[in-house]
Structures are given as C-alpha cells and as structure tokens.
Design a protein around this ligand. Sequence first.
Ligand SMILES: [Zn+2]
Length: 375
Amino acid sequence: MKKFIILSLLLIITDRLAAQFRETQNIVIVTIDGSRWQEIFRGADSSIINSKYTTNKDAVLKKFWAQTPQERRKLLMPYMWSIISRRGQLYGNRDLGNKSEVTNMFGSSYPGYNEMFTGAPDWRINGNRAINNPNTNVLEYINQQEGFKKKVAVFASWELFPYIYNIKRSGLNVNAGYTNVDEIDINEHIKYLNDLQHKVPHTIGETRLDTMTFELGKAYLQQYKPRVIHFAFDETDEMGHQGKYDMYLKYLNQQDEYLRQLWEYIQTDPNYKDKTTLIVTCDHGRGDTSPWAWTEHSILIKNSIQTWMAIIGPDTPADGEITTSTTIYQKQLAQTIAKFLGIDFKANTDHAVADAIESARKPQAIIVGIANRDN
Ligand SMILES: [Zn+2]
C-alpha cells in the first residue's frame, strides 16, 4: 500500500513536471517519401552506384562517396549528421540493432501516411487510390483544440494528400499538387510563387516539384506562423521508381538542405525559436536485396516496412543515433505529435491510437530518473 501511495505521488509529480517543463509550442513535420534508412545511416550504396541505375557514376562517387558509412552519410545529409545527430535523435539504424517500421503490411504511401497521422494501420487503406480517409487524423484533432484553430497547415507535393487528410470532413488547410496558397492577404512573394509553380515544367504529372512545395510552405510559415505544419516531399520515391539512383541521392541531399533552411528559420524567428520541435521521417522503406529491389516497395518487396525517424527540439534528449535494441512504429507518430503539444489525441472515428514514443521527450527521462533513485 505504501509503495502504491509513493508510486501514485510520483506519477502526479512527474505529470506536473511534464507539463511544467514542456517547451514545445509548435511542430514542423517533414516527410521524405520512400527514403530508405540504408542511405540515411550508411550514405550512398556502392552496389547501386555500380549498377545500371546510376548513369553518372563518376559524378556520384565524387560527390557522395567516402570509405566509411559515417563519412558517406555526412556527405549525403550534412545537416542531419551535424545538427540533428548532435542535438536530436535518429531512430532506425538496423546496423546498430535499432528499428523503426510501419505496422501496416502494404509497404506503400497512403497506408503509411494513414498510419502515421491517425495512429493506427487500417486494412481498408491498402493502396494509393484517391479515397477519403475514414479515420480521424491528429492534425485535424489539433486544429480543433483551443489555440490551434486555423493554425495547422499541410504543404504536399503529392496530390493525394487532400484525401489522406480528408479535407472534406476535417476542413484542414492542405495545399497539395499544383495548388495556389489561397488567403486574402497573401504577400508579393507568395503571389510570385503561386504564379511560378504553374510555369515551371511539371516533371511528374500532377505531383508538384518539391522545390515549389518547400518554397510555398516556407513562405506560408513566415507569413502566417502556423503552430503545426507538415511538409510532404515526394521526389525521392519518384526517382526510386524511375531507377535513377544519382537523382535519388541528389534529392535526398536537397531535402537535407530544406531541413537546414527550415531549422535556421525556426531558430531565428521569436515565434518559433527554442519552442519548436522538428520531426523528419518517411512513409515506407524500399527493397534492399538487390540493386533492382531498391527501385520498388510493396507488400511483395522484402523490407519495405523498414523506416527511420529524426527528432530535434527543446523537449527531446540529445541522444543522437539511438543504439538500443528497441523498435519504434510509424503509428506512434500521431500521439507523439500531440503529446509534444500537451494534447492527448483521441480519434473520434472508431480506431485505437498507438502510444507516443516516450523516449523522444525529456519528461520520461525525469520519470526514469526518479524511479531509479527510488530503487
Ligand atoms: Zn512509391
């Protein structure tokens, strides 16, 4: 009984500490479609560089090759491996025994995004058809909370995001594909970008160039100061399907540059500085059993469920690369986003929501600290 009372008291105290010490007021989420953990943690892959999927081998070697994986990944993603690796967390390096994965079996995009933002896999979402998502997502839930109304935005290259976030039901501000930012008081820069995106060549059908998605989203961030914004990039996946490894690497490198620019902006704007958490992840993995397997991902391609995740912000311990033999799941992202903002995400459609990734937030360290002292 005594133990029970002490434990209850500890829980009450840690709960208060968690609320007191939580500093995150805003969240920026970046998803890099179909980017593999293998490149994130090992850098460029020599077996694919030496295959028919790399046309300009010498240029790729010159730009991205080095002897060790540690050197190679830093050449590929310098922001990730200088800032996030020192001040944040990186999950999913299977070479160290740490895992990150989706729990849906499909290994493709819509099922992945559904899982990440609703907190659960759904067998009805089993491919990339344009159907309105029946499940409540965490961004729409946050958008309904006090202090967040109309302060949530999505900028996506892929035109399917209005379905994934079910804007018909959710009313979320989702700018996807070649869509203009449609606010009454847009500034000259956004007007220019609105116009420019229709003039540049559309290389992948209705899917917008990531550069346009990034620039429009960043301009929106600067003018409207949303508290939650999701940047959804696509070109890495597309280059995988097209079998262009040099372009896949180039785009990964470009995404890293976007991350750097976003983080630099965040840390210079008083609305965001030291109170914003950045989460970077992907929707699925790709094959890795042969150079060909890299081009694809699906229920039939081995290891398509393997993902990765990076987190940096004022509430996240600076553990760097996570080396524990544990697994995080993409379905935990929804509640993780909510908890960073002090919100408990409850889906009002009929599905369970997976728990948050506790190791991503400092209060857990306090709980563990107290519990250990008690022992
Ligand atoms: Zn794909």
